[in-house]
Design a protein around this ligand. Structure first.
Ligand code: KDG
Ligand code: MG
Length: 402
C-alpha cells in the first residue's frame, strides 16, 4: 500500500479547524488534526508547501519512519507549527492503519488498560455562587472531576469565565481582545472559592483549577499552599514552563499536585520537569506535541517517574484529537485524567464520531481507526475566519501571560 494523495480541509464550524486527509492507493483514508489556535494557516501552509509533497508514494504503515523523516529530515526541530504538522500526519496514519487492520487505534497501542477514560469538565461562574452552581450542575450530569474557575473581584474578564452566558470559548473572531489582570487580587480570592466549593459540594468530587501560566514561581507556591486544605486533583500551569527549574520552587513549598504541558511541543519541554519529579501530571496535547508517536514516548518516560498524563482537551483541539487522546488514554498504563470540553453541536456534525460519555468516563468506541469522520460538504459551508486568543495586561498596562 502507498500514500496516493493528501489534502487539507480548513473550516470554521463555530471555530477554526485544520484537518489533514491522507488517502492510500487502496482507497483507505486517515484523518489528522492540525489545528493551532490563532495560528491555523501557518500549520496549513507548512503541510501544504513542505510536507504533503514528501508523503506521496510512501508506505503508510511506516509511521515511525515517516515521523523521523519529518522531524529529523527537516533539520529544523520542534516548535508548535512544525510539531502540529507532524502530528497531523502521524495521527492520520494511525487512523488509517487501524482501518486497514480493522481494529481500533487503542489496540495498536497495546490494548485496553482500563474500561473508560476518567474526564474532567469545565465549570465556571462570574462569582463564587455561580461557580458553585456550575460545579453542582456538572456533578448532576455525571462528572466525577470538575475544573472550577470564577470571576476574580476587580479583574476584568478572568481566565476561564465566559463574557456572556454562552459556554466558554477563548478564541474570538477578529483581532485579539485585551483583558486586565491582577495576581494580587487573584491570590486573595482563589482560596475563598475552593473553601466555599468544598463546603457546598463535599469532599468526594475531584476539583481542578487552571492558573493559566499567570503567576511567578513563589506566587504559585503561595497559591498551592493556600489550596492544600481543599485537596485539589491538580493546580494547572501555575507558572510558565520555559524555565523548567521554576517548578522546583513551587514543589519545595506545597503538596498540591501540579500539572503542566498544554503548550509543550516536544518531549524535551517536559524532560527536567519529569525526571526531577517537579510535576505530577503531563498535559501535552497529541496535536501540538507531535502526534501519538511522540506522546507515547513522553508518557513512557513519565511513567518511570510516576508522572501521569492529563492531556489537554479544549475545544481548539478538533474531535480527531479528542478521539486520539481517548484511544491513547484507554491504552497507556500511566493515564491520569483527560480534559473534556464538549464541542458545539455544529462542530460535532462536521466531525461525526464514535466516542461517548457516561457516568464520568469517556470511551473512544470500538470502530476501526479513531472512529471520527469529516463531513466535507458541510465543512465547506463554514470557511476559515480569522480568530485569536485574547491577550492580558496588568492593571498598569504591562503585557502579561494570558
Ligand atoms: O488555545 C488555548 C486553549 O486551549 C487554552 O486556553 C485552554 O488552558 C486551557 C485548558 O486547560 O483547556
Ligand atoms: Mg489549561
Amino acid at each position: 500500500m502507498k500514500i496516493a494523495s493528501a489534502r487539507l480541509i480548513v473550516c470554521s464550524p463555530d471555530r477554526n479547524f485544520v484537518t489533514l486527509k491522507i488517502v492510500t492507493d487502496e482507497g483507505i483514508y486517515g484523518l489528522g488534526d492540525a489545528t493551532l489556535n490563532g495560528r491555523e494557516l501557518a500549520v496549513a501552509a507548512y503541510l501544504e508547501e513542505h510536507v504533503i509533497p514528501c508523503l506521496i508514494g510512501r508506505d503508510p504503515f511506516a509511521i515511525e519512519d515517516i515521523w523521523q523523516y519529518l522531524y529529523r529530515g527537516a533539520y529544523w526541530r520542534r516548535g508548535p507549527v512544525t510539531m502540529s504538522a507532524i502530528a497531523a500526519v502521524d495521527v492520520a496514519l494511525w487512523d488509517m492503519k487501524g482501518k486497514a487492520l480493522n481494529t481500533p487505534v487503542y489496540n495498536l497501542l497495546g490494548g485496553k488498560s482500563r474500561e473508560g477514560v476518567l474526564v474532567y469538565a469545565h465549570a465556571n461562574g462570574s462569582d463564587v455562587a455561580e461557580a458553585v452552581e456550575s460545579v453542582q450542575q456538572h456533578m448532576e450530569e455525571g462528572y466525577l472531576a470538575v475544573r472550577a474557575q470564577a470571576g476574580v473581584p476587580g479583574v476584568k474578564s478572568s481566565y476561564g469565565v465566559p463574557k456572556s452566558g454562552k459556554p466558554y470559548e477563548p478564541a474570538e473572531r477578529g483581532l485579539p481582545s485585551e483583558s486586565l489582570w491582577s495576581s494580587e487580587r487573584y491570590l486573595n480570592f482563589a482560596p475563598k472559592l475552593f473553601e466555599r466549593l468544598r463546603v457546598e459540594v463535599g469532599e468526594d468530587v475531584h476539583l481542578l483549577h487552571d492558573v493559566h501560566h499567570r503567576l511567578t514561581p513563589i506566587e504559585a507556591a503561595r497559591l498551592g499552599k493556600s489550596l492544600e486544605p481543599y485537596h485539589l486533583f491538580w493546580m494547572e500551569d501555575p507558572t510558565p514552563a520555559e524555565n523548567q527549574e521554576a517548578f522546583r520552587i513551587i514543589r519545595d513549598h506545597t503538596v498540591t499536585p501540579i500539572a503542566t504541558g498544554e503548550v509543550f511541543s516536544s518531549f524535551w519541554d517536559s524532560h527536567d520537569l519529569v525526571r526531577n519529579q517537579w510535576i505530577d501530571y503531563l498535559r501535552m496535547t497529541i496535536v501540538h506535541g507531535g502526534g501519538i508517536t511522540a506522546l507515547k514516548k513522553a508518557a513512557d518516560f513519565a511513567a518511570v517517574y510516576q508522572v501521569r498524563t492529563g492531556c489537554h482537551g479544549a475545544t481548539d483541539l478538533s474531535p480527531i484529537t479528542m478521539a486520539a487522546a481517548l484511544h491513547f488514554g484507554l491504552a497507556i498504563h500511566n493515564f491520569g485524567i483527560q480534559e473534556h470540553m464538549p464541542h458545539t453541536v455544529l462542530t460535532d456534525e462536521v466531525f461525526p464520531h464514535a466516542y461517548s460519555f457516561e457516568a464520568g468516563y469517556m470511551h473512544p468506541g470500538d470502530r476501526p481507526g479513531l472512529g471520527v469522520d469529516i463531513d466535507e460538504l458541510l465543512a465547506a459551508k463554514y470557511p476559515y475566519q480569522r480568530a485569536y486568543l485574547p491577550i492580558a495586561r496588568k492593571l498598569d498596562g504591562t503585557l502579561t501571560d494570558w
